[in-house]
Design a protein around this ligand. Structure first.
Ligand code: DX5
Ligand code: ZN
Length: 221
């Protein structure tokens, strides 16, 4: 089974963004995870179109854009044209979720939906055919470097069951507190794609850490 590692550039050194992206490529990263925050859906502000465009010029790796914003529909077209490959919106921020996911596909991007820790899987269980990626948040979004909420491993397991029961080949991604200590539990529960910010960018050897995280999964098959 696939293991994808998606470094979150939220924890990168923005003064050396090009070097950080080159490091991710050299380390074998599969995707670059891009955390867009609006200061409303989450209590933090990050970046928008300009940074997505910049990243697009720096790498051919897929840009996995995670929108932690209210009214995500306002940004879909703009971010797709800036070079996003995947757009993941929060179920909590999108009352007309099915319509927005269909729109993301129309724009030629992978249609992703994220669930906060307290949001049940039933928030998306009726619209699985429209989901290309399901993101299970294992922290409350807003900041890097938070602790993985261990009991959510069971939610990952149930998400895998839900996708399998619907014969969905959607990506099952986990975001928040992923490290050498936590990735294996998430992998065994059925996740295939792992966002990691702090664990990679604060490591003594960030490039090697990408491989080390992947290895934790591969040896535990
Ligand atoms: C959290 C963001 C994450 C964050 C992960 O709000 O969505 O992508 O960057 O960072 P770590 O891996 O440090 O928990
Ligand atoms: Zn994220």
């Amino acid at each position: 089974m696939t293991v994808r590692i998606a470094p979150s550039i939220l924890s990168a050194d923005f003064a050396r963004l090009a070097d950080e992206i080159a490091m991710c490529e050299a380390g074998g990263a599969d995707w670059i995870h891009v955390d867009v925050m609006d200061g409303q859906f989450v209590p933090n502000l990050t970046f928008g179109r300009k940074v997505i465009e910049t990243l697009r010029r720096l790498t051919a790796l897929p840009l996995d854009v995670h929108l932690m914003v209210v009214q995500p529909e306002r940004y879909l077209e703009d971010f797709a044209s800036a070079g996003a490959n995947g757009l993941t919106i929060h179920a909590e921020a999108a009352p007309h979720l099915q319509r927005q996911l269909a729109r993301i596909r129309e724009l030629g991007c992978r249609a992703g939906v994220a669930l906060n820790p307290s949001t049940p899987l039933s928030a998306v269980s009726e619209i699985v055919p429209d989901i290309d990626l399901l993101l299970i948040m294992t922290v409350n979004p807003g900041f890097g470097g938070q602790e993985f909420i261990e009991y959510l491993v069971d939610k990952i397991r149930r998400a895998r069951l839900m996708l399998d029961e619907c014969a969905s080949d959607a990506v099952l991604e986990v975001d928040g507190g992923i490290s050498r200590a936590t990735i294996e539990d998430a992998w065994r529960a059925g996740a295939d794609t792992f966002v990691a910010g702090n664990a990679i960018f604060s490591a003594a050897d960030p490039r090697a850490e990408i491989g080390a995280l992947r290895q934790r999964c591969l040896v535990s098959v």
